[in-house]
Ligand binder design. Structure first.
Ligand code: GDP
Length: 195
């Protein structure tokens, strides 16, 4: 759907660096290691696209990709790093709050949740921030190939229960595996269909 028309634009460390908000924008958020880079690469069809955001030093940047000529795909820094220094976490939270509350063109956040783990407290915190910022968010389950169908039902129940407490949550969940390709076309279509 949009392979070949996605390009890395820039990494941003302060609000002053944001590109003009003249495109439809969606962002991806998730705990470190949730499979965010793999998912962005799978969705865009470009193997190494999100790798830049994973290299040391770039992990705190908000990375902007252009999709065609009318939208941005935004890779937010991973959260919940086990040993992140407090000042780094605080700086990141401040930038994230500013970005989420001040970005008129942001239509939807995709919050990635590992199918094996469900929603953790740190995910709940991000969802609360999205509620407060009035940014609609949709949960994307990752690594669905790692769990059995019975576990899948259990994680869906847990996620739905948690989401019922978040007014900004979009009701439909998307289950994906970047490894097997499951759900990737669905996610792509959702992104392409946002107006
Ligand atoms: P990030 O830190 O959120 O960007 O996570 P990565 O995309 O770097 O993935 C973290 C780890 O999970 C890597 O070892 C990936 O190979 C693995 N991974 C990511 N997506 C999948 C998936 O769909 N299935 C499986 N089995 N492993 C995955």
């Amino acid at each position: 759907l949009f392979a070949g028309e996605v390009d890395f634009l820039k990494g941003v460390v302060a609000m002053s660096g944001l590109p003009p908000d003249d495109r439809i924008e969606v962002c991806f958020a998730g705990r470190s290691n949730v499979g965010k880079s793999s998912l962005i690469n799978a969705v865009t069809g470009r193997k190494a696209l999100a790798r830049a955001s994973n290299t040391p030093g770039r992990t705190q940047e908000i990375n902007f990709f252009t999709v065609g000529d009318d939208r941005y795909l935004v890779d937010l820094p991973g959260y919940g790093y086990a040993n992140a220094p407090v000042n780094v976490v605080e700086k990141w939270q401040a930038l994230l709050k500013q970005y989420l509350s001040g970005r008129a063109s942001l239509r939807r956040a995709f919050v990635l949740i590992d199918s094996r783990h469900g929603i953790k407290p740190v995910d709940d915190e991000i969802m609360t921030l999205l509620d407060k910022s009035a940014v609609t968010f949709q949960v994307v389950l990752t690594k669905s190939d790692k769990i059995k169908p019975s576990q899948h039902d259990a994680v869906l129940d847990q996620v739905r229960e948690k989401l019922s407490k978040h007014p900004a949550a979009f009701p439909e969940l998307i289950s994906t595996s970047s490894e097997k390709g499951d759900g990737i076309a669905t996610l792509r279509a959702v992104i392409a269909g946002i107006t």
